[in-house]
Design a protein around this ligand. Sequence first.
Ligand code: WT7
Length: 648
Amino acid sequence: MSKTYPPSESFTKSAHIDASGYDAAYARSVSDPEGFWAEEAKRLDWIKAPSEIRNVDFTLGQVSIEWFRDGTLNVAANCIDRHLETRGQQTAIIWEPDDPKEPAQSISYADLHRRVCRMANVLESLGVRKGDRVIIYLPMIPEAAYAMLACARIGAIHSIVFAGFSPDALSARINGCDAKVVITADEAPRGGRKTALKSNTDKALLHCKDSVKCLVVKRTGGQTTWVEGRDYDYAEMALEAGDYCRPVEMQAEDPLFILYTSGSTGQPKGVVHTTGGYLVYAAMTHQVTFDYHEGDVYWCTADVGWVTGHSYIIYGPLANGATTLMFEGVPTYPDASRFWQVCEKHRVNQFYTAPTAIRALMGQGDEFVTKCDLSSLRLLGTVGEPINPEAWNWYNDVVGGGRCPIVDTWWQTETGGHLLTPLPGAHALKPGAAMKPFFGVQPVVLDPQTGEEIHDNPTEGVLCLKDSWPGQMRTVWGDHERFEKTYFSDYKGYYFSGDGCRRDADGDYWITGRVDDVINVSGHRMGTAEVESALVAHEKVAEAAVVGYPHEIKGQGIYCYVTLMAGVEATDELRKELRNWVRTEIGPIASPDLIQWAPGLPKTRSGKIMRRILRKIAENDYGSLGDTSTLADPSVVDDLIENRMNKG
Ligand code: WT7
């Protein structure tokens, strides 16, 4: 048995939930979900309180998920207006810029109200109405928060595109949800470098309808080209805009946002989250998982381009009236102590980041941490991928000084909020385990072959959810059939997460990683199919197969097998060219780590690529390839092994 870390007495004493509190509330949440969630819904200010709590059907062909259906509310009013009376002057958002020499900003709830109202009025003056889609392609600046909340205020549906994505990825998303407006900035400073967002947007808009408008926020003041009648200057319009905008009454099941995420096949899909259930769940998990208390300063290092930024920088914390920190930069700029300097500077109490960042910083040595005063920290969190015990221990000992519980939160873009996590005042932690289901969450381990539930412990299998929770995605934008097929068809009657897991002898959960063709590179989720389609779009590439392989810092690296067109010479130069090609097609996060020239790929006689074999070779584990006799040409395997790139 490995070492466990029970919560300290002092932490438990002030925590929202202790061990017996968890057991009792969990039992109630699954035996009487209607009663449990009716009670929890009261954390929000409803215009009309819901009386219908849940309508859920996981049956393939008629999947339908609704929570609090007859309730009405406004998300921005819940995140801002209702706090004005009690904490108008309290800081809502601390903004820390990329360059530490530039001053930080403190935005009070009263400031936030004015800024969001102005942005909402600007959007209305551009013709945006309830139900319209708005793309947000911004750096991590306060205007990103204003834009999200302004959309929520007028009932528009936002879809954020991570500022690291390419013009092609941007235009695909603008067109995918038929957006009326794109909000962008001149440039995005990050790690001392600048990404030209406006010029990326100009390129993207060449592939979009002429009616799409572009609202431009000034961040650096860098030069941009301007298209009269299409481009609008945000600063100028905000000066003219009124300070108040009435929040629109929304149905609980009206969409709040769309967020595109990768799957195992095809192009990214638009995950749809709705208004009431999502906010109840984001607010509750933020408070309970992070043991957030009034007055705490809370920092999640994610980008608002990912779901973590939606739920745990903006919506959850602000619904709870918290002080939430927004960081524009990267962990290693100007040096590897930046995270810890920011913690010291703003007296951060809860700190939430990704294992890839922890591993990268761990490699730089302890001094960057120990020279900072981290005595304000009370809790640490991780998300995005399994955390290896070595990184967990470093995080615990060096960053947390052995005093701070670590919540390892397992969830997904699709789940809206945490599904598996220890609660810091309740559970003895196990390094690397996501531990326990959150309230109302019913995880099951299925036998991947038979699809039967396994009840015994310990066990291993695929991780599914037996029933709905309020933060669950409702559909894929414009393609409900794809929603059902992706999540409800492999294992009938369950939501299939795409992850494998172990459940140990104590009944605690350990995520083992994706069981589909999705890879997790530095916590960024990517479909291998997306990288393949980018590669084959290059004129010199005939065929490509992409798999993940273990990478010390990134968790998984991107390994590409590429078959070139006849007569094309395989050179290092071409490797570089392909790497850059993928970066511009998708974005720097999709940059291939290893490219192997493959004269042939292992295929079955029906032409299906046998990825299992390619994965093994990429993992340098070619001793156990399994049965290769069904291959059309088994000899290609020897060549692939001989010339493998990962010989480490
Ligand atoms: C996938 C979802 C949810 C926000 C970040 C990623 C992996 C996420 C953990 C964790 C092990 C994790 C899973 C999941 N994952 N958190 N604590 N332990 N694996 O969201 O981009 O939708 O990716 O990330 O494989 O399916 P996402």
